[in-house]
Design a protein around this ligand. Structure first.
Ligand SMILES: [Zn+2]
Length: 175
């Protein structure tokens, strides 16, 4: 799968998407929140090779906004999907240095989002590649992300993610 293809490009092939719709949070449309890799290994100071080494306003803001959005969604019982970068110690993700090794703090949600683990509204998905779509593929050919969108009958997805460390707070797609 080409690396430059975004999770969105790949999703479009499976589910029709309208990029122009504005995000309107109302009961007429089923809205889902996707949080991508807001984990210690990317966001918490000193938490490994890919983590910030000092305070970074953009990261702090992204974490804060993600936590706020997630809380809003869970309060409304709306679905949240959190991708968690998780690598086996013997399978490096080139060209990046070792990061987010399974079982370490790096591969855990940031403290501000840790509460999601016990929320009924939240689906947590560990993935071993940058691309959440690819990382959602199961060996039987199914895809956890696609199934989540279909099962929850989600029409609008709001993404909160670091987009490979560029830390966009939010992007919205409609189906
Ligand atoms: Zn990774």
């Amino acid at each position: 799968m080409a690396n430059h293809e975004t999770i969105f490009d790949q999703l479009k092939k499976q589910i029709p998407v309208d990029e122009e719709e504005p995000l309107i949070l109302n009961r007429d449309s089923s809205v889902g929140l996707v949080i991508v890799d807001v984990v210690n290994g990317f966001c918490t100071i000193g938490s490994g090779n890919m983590a910030p080494t000092k305070h970074n306003e953009q990261i702090s803001k992204m974490v804060e906004e993600s936590a706020k959005l997630a809380r809003e969604f869970c309060d409304r019982k709306w679905p949240v999907l959190a991708f968690i970068d998780s690598h086996h110690p013997d399978i490096p993700e080139r060209p990046y240095p070792p990061h987010c090794i399974i079982g370490t703090e790096e591969s855990e949600l940031v403290p501000a989002l840790k509460w999601l683990e016990s929320e009924d509204c939240a689906t947590l998905r560990r993935k071993d590649c940058i691309n959440g779509f690819v990382g959602s593929m199961e060996s039987d050919g199914s895809n956890v992300f696609v199934d989540w969108v279909k099962e929850k009958q989600i029409k609008v997805v709001s993404f909160s993610f670091d987009k490979m460390l560029s830390f966009d707070v939010e992007q919205v797609y409609c189906f």
